[in-house]
Design a binder for this molecule. Structure first.
Ligand code: NDP
Length: 367
């Protein structure tokens, strides 16, 4: 924390000092014409930010060109690893200056959940497209504020829903749309893992906005919506807490929830930080079914249907995602399943309703 503060204070100096770093001569592409290449700065150089950066190396349409970080040592490391020039390095205090940087098109926000709202709004005000990790915010009101700010600034907001571009997932959706599965009746989503270090931000409500639901349960919510192709009209939910010390107030450990859809289809889901290996979707229709396990992990996704296995090849999710997002942001392409801020708000409204249902013990209408 101390080094973060010092870094913020010395930001200008750091930026100057970093220009002399070795490895910058490898910064091929910075002076090249950025024709149809999305030039991305990553904000938050943590575990997932690193995964996205590595995956972007293989992207044909997106390139990592900048960083926003509170940790100077990581900035130094990323500069030499990815050939990032000092003029594209920012911290959390000065990143509004990105508005004067013509070499960055979009900022990918990969920080703790509760920080997304203010950071995305600042990115929008700087005139850059925002890509924001899930959950987009900690409630629907904040999510809507982000959508409104991006609209007002004339920039786009995309949410890091990598499964929306995954080939086997899209094949299941093609089968559903073609009618091969018949009338859909039931979706089951199981999303969970055992969370470790009790001191991490994911278990601090001020930074996470919630526990397993915000982090992993959201996959079952989002999956129910894209697998069934409908928006839920009600939810019911029940919480179980076996460790109230690790999972304090505001941090859900395990929530079972149910969603009802206009067609009459029902979803039954589990979100947990207390069970390992829960990553399964099951979709049942009057003529067929799809089962995916794992269904939302980093892959390969494994699926089977009443007609046989789903066998589309695995490509690193974040590589495909960045290529597709470049197409959306630069060429106006439309994804099969939306990944915009409005899509993110739909999930946040459902999370709000699930938390309300847990609190009141009542069915919550979503219309
Ligand atoms: P990490 O803790 O690994 O990284 C978060 C980074 O955010 C930190 O390393 C730090 O980077 C920055 N940060 C800024 N302020 C703070 C703060 N107050 N406390 C802690 N970190 C801070 O988290 P993840 O990378 O796992 O998760 C980040 C986001 O990505 C979350 O919203 C999460 O839900 C999402 N995610 C999405 C996944 C997906 O598959 N789509 C998978 C995993 C996570 P720095 O030092 O550079 O400032």
């Amino acid at each position: 924390m101390k080094s973060r503060r010092i870094f913020l204070q010395k930001a200008g100096l750091s930026a100057l000092a970093l220009t002399a770093l070795p490895g910058l001569s490898q910064a091929s592409g910075f002076s090249a014409k950025p024709d149809k290449i999305l030039r991305v700065a990553i904000m938050g150089l943590g575990s997932y930010g690193t995964r996205v950066a590595e995956a972007m190396k293989d992207s044909k349409k997106a390139k990592l060109v900048g960083v926003i970080s509170g940790t100077p040592s990581k900035v130094t490391e990323w500069q030499s690893k990815y050939g990032i020039p000092a003029k594209n390095c920012y911290n959390y205090e000065n990143f509004d200056q990105i508005k004067d940087n013509p070499d960055i098109d979009a900022v990918y926000v990969i920080t703790p959940n509760a920080l997304h709202k203010d950071q995305v709004i600042r990115v929008a005000k700087a005139g850059k497209h925002a890509i924001c990790e899930k959950p987009m915010a900690i409630n629907a009101k904040d999510g809507q504020a982000m959508v409104d700010a991006c609209k007002a600034a004339g920039v786009q907001l995309l949410i890091g829903y990598r499964m929306h571009f995954e080939a086997n997932t899209l094949e299941a959706i093609r089968m559903r749309k073609s009618g091969e599965l018949g009338d859909l009746k039931f979706f089951q989503g199981l999303s969970g893992f055992v969370i470790g270090d009790p001191t991490q931000w994911r278990l601090d409500p001020k930074l996470s906005g919630g526990g397993a639901m915000m982090d992993i349960g959201i996959y079952s919510i989002n999956g129910a919506r894209y697998m069934l192709g409908e928006e839920p009209i009600w939810v019911t939910a029940q919480e179980t807490k076996t460790d109230p010390v690790k999972f304090r107030d505001g941090i859900d450990e395990t929530i079972q929830f149910q969603m009802g859809f206009p067609s009459g289809a029902v979803a039954s889901c589990l979100s947990t930080y207390a069970m390992n290996g829960l990553d399964k979707f099951f979709l049942n229709g009057s003529k067929g079914w799809v089962e995916m396990q794992p269904s939302t992990g980093y892959g390969p996704i494994k699926g089977k249907t009443n007609k046989g296995p789903l066998e589309l090849p695995h490509v690193t999710h974040q590589t495909v995602q960045m290529d597709k997002m470049a197409g959306i942001l630069l060429e106006g392409e439309k994804p099969e399943i939306p990944v915009d801020g409005v899509e993110g708000v739909k999930d946040m409204k459902i999370i709000d309703a699930i938390f309300e249902a847990v609190k009141t013990g009542k069915k919550v209408d979503l219309v």
